[in-house]
Design a protein around this ligand. Structure first.
Ligand code: EPU
Length: 303
């Protein structure tokens, strides 16, 4: 989406929000897929309510892009202007077992920073790419850890009220790869409460998780992690593998040879290729197992 109304451009600039025109978005995502759009970089959280009010008033749809590690953006010119939060400095602050983290902070780096303060619990999340905000939105999890377990408070721009609000952890539903945040809520910062653990012990846990991940996942390839959620009691990866679909491809979109629930961009895949591969694999699983696989909330669609 292109913003070309000079009044709106001036009002955005007056808020201290940077307007970048015609940005190629593929390099901002781990799949390296996606078209172009104008990007608005938000440096101060306080400017969000007014910015979104202005965009709404001008009929300009928007979506927030976080770390880009769990998204499949459409090809061509996107029908939304893209909001990005710049990282606050410092992005992690400690008070006893409480850790205040900026949502633009990198998840993996946060896990290791906390470890250096003898705060553990999140070892399983090491190696999960993306931002703290993205991890919160989908309740990122791995190796028995889910971030939601440790969330005590979230500061969020609530689309429903148009205001920045603080939600208590107990007010938020954290489920398997799903939360009760509205799609257009924007997470800004979080207070986590982490258990005390000696650094050496946390490091050991981190090493074990890193090894497991390296052994089973295609870490050096362009992917969005697992494409499908596991169905209750089942494994999407195992089913796709059993169907002999490793290496199966549509254009440059390919089912990973290493882990069948990772779909990789093996070259210059388009969103259309990836969507066709997702649809094809879903159909084959449905035909063979009678199971309807549900995507992790990856694909950006019109709402
Ligand atoms: N399997 C196969 N073939 C494959 C892949 C897996 O047979 O190609 C089998 C494995 O041998 C194992 C079972 O399927 O018996 C489960 O596989 P794995 O242990 O790799 O875990 P997963 O259920 O596929 C989940 C998460 C991952 C997370 C790992 C580790 C989902 C959809 N995926 O994978 O999360 O890293 O556990 O905890 O819940 C993600 O969500 O993006 C993601 C990567």
């Amino acid at each position: 989406m292109v913003i070309n109304d000079p009044k709106l451009i001036a009002a955005i600039a007056a808020l201290g929000v940077e307007h970048k025109a015609g940005v190629s978005l593929a390099p901002k995502t781990s799949l390296e897929i996606g078209g172009t759009s104008d990007v608005l970089v938000i440096r101060k959280h306080e400017s969000l309510p007014e910015l979104i009010r202005l965009l709404k008033q001008s009929g300009v749809p928007h979506r927030l892009l976080g770390g880009g590690s769990n998204v499949l953006l459409p090809d061509g010119e996107l029908p939304w202007v893209i909001l990005q939060l710049s990282r606050q400095d410092p992005d992690v602050r400690f008070e006893g077992n409480n850790v205040f983290v900026d949502c633009a902070a990198d998840l993996g780096r946060t896990v290791t920073t906390c470890a250096k303060h003898d705060l553990g619990g999140m070892e399983g999340l090491i190696g999960v790419p993306g931002s703290i905000g993205g991890a919160l939105r989908m309740n990122a999890g791995a190796y028995g850890t889910q971030i939601g377990t440790y969330v005590r408070e979230v500061q969020v721009y609530r689309a429903a009220t148009g205001r920045i609000e603080t939600l208590r952890g107990a007010e938020i539903n954290f489920e398997y790869r799903h939360t009760s945040f509205a799609l257009d809520d924007i997470m800004l910062s979080v207070r986590l409460e982490l258990p005390s653990k000696p650094y050496s012990e946390i490091l050991q846990g981190i090493r074990i998780c890193n090894e497991k991940r390296r052994a089973s996942q295609p870490l050096n390839q362009k992917s969005a992690g697992c494409i499908f959620k596991n169905p209750p009691g089942g494994s999407a990866g195992r089913m796709i593998d059993e169907l002999g679909l490793k290496g199966h491809s549509v254009g440059d979109a390919r089912v990973s040879d290493r882990h069948a629930n990772f779909f990789i961009n093996a070259g210059h895949a388009s969103a259309a290729d990836m969507l066709a591969l997702i649809a094809d694999v879903r159909q084959r699983v449905r035909d063979r197992y009678g199971v309807e696989l549900e995507e992790e909330e990856i694909v950006w669609k019109e709402r």
